[in-house]
Every structure is written in C-alpha cells, then in structure tokens.
Design a binder for this molecule. Structure first.
Ligand code: PHE
Length: 345
C-alpha cells in the first residue's frame, strides 16, 4: 500500500507540472483530491487495515495529500499570473490613438447678454433681486400706480389666471416688492427675469420674453444720476464711442419718464438699415420713480427719490449679434445657438 501511495503522489505531481492552464489544473485537483478521487478512497479504506497499521498509514496518506495540495496551489498561482500577463499583452492600449472629442455646450446667447448686463451693474454696486412670475395684480399694476381700469394697462396685454392673479407683464413688480420689504431703506437692485404678454408671435414679438429692470432709491437720487448710469451702460454694451439721447415718454410708475436711444453702432449716426436711417436706436425705458409708487411702498417722497429703468435683453442681443427674428432665441435650433460658441460675449 505504501508503494501504491508513493506512485499516486508521483503521478499527481507530474500531472500538476504538466497542466498548462487553470482549467486543466482544476481537473487534476478534482481527479486526485475530489470526493471520488484515489486519495479519498484510500482514506475510506483505512477501516479495513489492521488496527496497529492505521496511525502510520493515516499519517502517510495525509502527508501525500498535503504535498499534492501544496503543489496544486503553487502551480495555480503561477498559471493565474501567466494568464493575467497574457491578457495584459493581448489587450495593450494604443496610447497614440486620438481621443474621442467630448462635446462641450455653451451659454445661450440670451443668458450671455443677461450675464453681461448683470456683471456691469454688479460692478456698480447693484444687487440682483428676483420675484415670482405668477404675480398678484396688486404688484404688477396697482402698486405701480396703475389702478384697476387705468387705460395704460392696455399697453401690456396680460394673461390672467384669476381676477387678481396673472403672469407678470414686466419685471417692475419686483420693484414694488423690494421697496415694500426694505421698509424705507436705500435700494440699488436689478431684477432680471421672464415676463409674459398676450401678443401674437412674429419676428419682433413673443408672448414670453426677458426683461431686466433697475431700481435705485435713496436720498438725493437725481435724474442726472440716471443719465450718467445709462450713459456708462450704453458705452459698456455697445462701444466706448456711443452717445445716448433721452426722449420724453410715459410710464405710470415714473415721472418724468424717458426712452433712451443710443447713437447707431453700425453707421455711427450717419443713417443705415440698423437705425432705420435715423442715426439712433431705441434701447430702454426709464424715469424717476413716481411719488405715488414710493408712497404706496411706505417711503416718504419728500425725503427720498429714485430712478428706474427697464430693458429687453432679446432686443439688445438682436442688435448686438444682428439677429433678425426673436423666435430664434426660443426654438432651440442648434445651428443658431452654436454660432455663439465663441468666448467673447
Ligand atoms: N416696465 C416697463 C415696461 O415693461 C419698463 C420700465 C421700467 C420703464 C422701469 C421705466 C422704468 O415697459
């Protein structure tokens, strides 16, 4: 029996050495050490031996089992490492291949213009204020000196949700809300946001568009402050040699009210298609905050004054970039949008 065992060991070790991959080696393991293998058989047969031989033979079988197990394990480590090495060689990466481009998006032209306007006013010490798009009639109209039935409401056709709630027609209600909240303190804000009007969409009208309103309230705020601010703004947005012109206008919430024109940036004032041969381009509405508006928000118009202005970033973007139809901003045509993927705003 001892001899048989010795032979078995030799045979097993040889097969282990000869196994050329992990699978083959596993087969060897099952064949020799498995439940139906010869070593297990030998252990099972121990019962039939005379009692005095059992310990010696048992120890021998165990030694053979351990030797075969160890040989299996070290061969397994070797074969596994070889398999990984082979895989690494097979799957080597060609680092000289060009990378796949990652398409990068960019800011929408309107966002760009809004941010450029915001940056300018922030640099002048303004803060940004926001308000709800679904607004109360009170803040959209009444607190701005436009009581129910006022004829100037006709200038802003509205989407009413109920008698007292509508989609805001301008960003001016943020003025009224901020003044009410600040309870008499000085204010210097701009309010960017979406507004809604019941218009038929065409090249220059959209039922939804963007506005930026500015408001400054405090002691000694004068019309000349408004003019200086707008002049700087026009030069920043449209070029250092722009001039501005203020024309009398009407808004119920400002008195006096003006429209601001800039000298044409294309022809410099000589007259061309951009300025419709007038040399001037209308940019925004503005004025000194009406005393009634100040009073309604709890300010004393004999102590504080203020100015306000409101503009449409769509119009500014159309002029700046030569866009002919306002609807381009909203229809998400990638051919239009990607034209603005340049770094300058
Ligand atoms: N809210 C006005 C509009 O939408 C613009 C404006 C704002 C005019 C502030 C004067 C002062 O037409």
């Amino acid at each position: 029996m001892e001899q048989q065992l010795q032979q078995l060991k030799e045979e097993a070790l040889k097969k282990i050495q000869d196994a050329s991959d992990v699978k083959e080696l596993n087969d060897v393991r099952v064949a020799y050490l498995g439940k139906k293998g010869p070593i297990t058989d030998l252990l099972k047969g121990m019962g039939k031996l005379p009692a005095e031989e059992r310990p010696k033979m048992g120890a021998l079988v165990n030694v053979v089992r351990e030797t075969v197990t160890e040989a299996l394990e070290s061969r397994m480590t070797l074969l596994e490492e070889a398999a990984i090495q082979a895989q690494l060689e097979n799957e080597s990466i060609d680092v000289t291949l060009p990378g796949r481009p990652a398409p990068a998006g960019n800011h929408h032209p309107l966002t760009r213009v809004v941010e450029e306007i915001e940056d300018f006013f922030i640099s002048m010490g303004y803060e940004i204020a926001e308000g709800p798009e679904v607004e109360k009639d009170y803040y959209n109209f009444e607190a701005l000196n436009l009581p129910k039935g006022h004829p100037a409401r006709d200038m802003q056709d509205s989407f009413y949700i109920s008698e007292d709630i509508l989609l805001r027609t301008h960003t001016s209600p943020v003025q009224a809300r901020t003044m009410e909240a600040k309870k008499g303190e000085a204010i210097k804000i701009i309010c960017p946001g979406k507004v809604y009007r019941r218009d038929n969409d065409d090249a220059t009208h959209s039922h939804q568009f963007t506005q930026i309103e500015g408001l400054v309230v405090g002691e000694n705020i004068r019309m000349s402050d408004l003019k200086g601010t707008l002049d700087l703004f026009a030069k920043k947005m449209f070029g250092a040699d722009r001039e501005i012109r203020l024309r009398p206008s009407f808004f119920p919430f400002t008195e006096p009210s003006v429209e601001m024109d800039i000298s044409c940036f294309k022809c410099g004032g000589a007259g061309c298609n951009v300025c419709k041969k007038t040399g001037w381009i209308e940019i925004l509405g503005a004025g000194m905050v009406h005393p009634n508006v100040l009073k309604m928000a709890g300010y004393d118009p004999s102590v504080v004054t203020g100015f306000a202005f409101g503009m449409g970033p769509e119009r500014i973007a159309m002029l700046k970039y030569g866009v002919e139809d306002i609807r381009h901003f909203y229809t998400n045509d990638i051919r239009f949008i990607s034209q603005f993927n340049r770094t300058e705003a």
